[in-house]
Write a protein that binds this ligand. Structure first.
Ligand SMILES: [Zn+2]
Ligand SMILES: [Zn+2]
Length: 287
């Protein structure tokens, strides 16, 4: 089949993430079947909920899950074991999606320092003292409240970029999956462009990269995170390191949208995709 020969998928989840039931072996076998050159498992590690709920003295609610420190260890053990088993068939990358590093730098430092890790995606799913963007009821928000929320989101990303101990910045514009995709509100991001530019400049200076997350293509949003204009902005500022990730939470989504987004990047002018081994980028020519 080898539909995706020479391509990469650097963002996916397994049952070590609370929002996935996917069997890790089945995910890797799918990646091999698709002919991917490199494939990363990047289970969630939310820095603000590393410990058990008692540690935070938090009120239980229906959404929040805790104990990411335990799952972090389980996921990394499993991927390390699978690297041995599948190593001759695929470049299997041991990664994590590190959420909210800015909420607990001590935990974030500890997580990224783990020697089993090849690759860290720095993501932001929620702001301090606020629910995950996916749980916010945007219909109760006025336009100016949405403005403030988005400004706070991009400023938090800037803080994350200044900390900078990730390999790529995850799904920039993630908030639009809900605000535009689910709630159908039209957002003009131009007013945050200076902050986004600043993020890109820091990333480029520090020889880090960004990911293009293809999940939006198969959701109501209908576009990747980030979309074409920010791929161009990154490129025009001199950005060269870019990974592609499906953000698959189930076997059927591995590799989804990768071929389409590769074409978009090619049109922008990118010559290479990157994947990470031991936190160092390896480049794959885009043809
Ligand atoms: Zn994410
Ligand atoms: Zn993810």
């Amino acid at each position: 089949m080898n539909k995706l020969k020479g391509l990469i998928d650097c963002h996916s989840h397994t049952y070590f993430s609370p929002d996935s039931n996917a069997n890790p072996e089945k995910m890797v076998e799918k990646a091999i079947e698709l002919g991917l050159e490199a494939y990363a498992i990047t289970d969630h590690c939310e820095c603000n909920r590393w410990f058990d709920i008692d540690y935070y003295k938090a009120e239980p609610n229906e959404h929040d899950t805790y104990n990411f420190g335990r799952d972090f260890d389980r996921s990394l053990n499993k991927i390390t074991e699978m690297k041995e088993i599948y190593g001759d068939k695929i470049n299997l990358i041991c990664g994590i999606e590190l959420g909210q590093a800015t909420h607990d730098f001590e935990i974030a430092d500890k997580a990224v320092g783990d020697e089993r890790l090849d690759f860290v995606i720095g993501s932001m799913h929620e702001l301090p003292n606020s629910p995950d963007f996916c749980f916010i009821k945007y219909e109760n928000y006025s336009d100016s409240e949405i403005d403030n929320l988005l400004e706070d989101y991009f400023l938090e990303l800037l803080k994350l970029c200044k900390w900078g101990k990730f390999d790529v910045l995850g799904h920039l514009t993630y908030t639009l999956r809900y605000i535009e995709g689910e709630y159908g509100l039209k957002i003009d991001l131009s007013k945050y462009e200076d902050i986004i530019k600043e993020c890109f400049k820091i990333i480029i200076q520090n020889s880090k990269g960004i990911e293009v997350n293809t999940s939006g293509l198969r959701q109501k949003y209908g576009k990747p995170f980030p979309d074409l204009e920010y791929m161009k902005m990154y490129y025009n500022l001199g950005g060269e390191i870019i990974t592609l990730g499906s953000d698959a939470h189930r076997v059927g989504d591995v590799g989804k949208g990768i071929a389409e987004c590769k074409e978009m990047l090619k049109r922008v002018g990118f010559k290479y995709l990157a994947y990470f081994k031991n936190h160092k980028p390896e480049f794959v020519k885009i043809d």
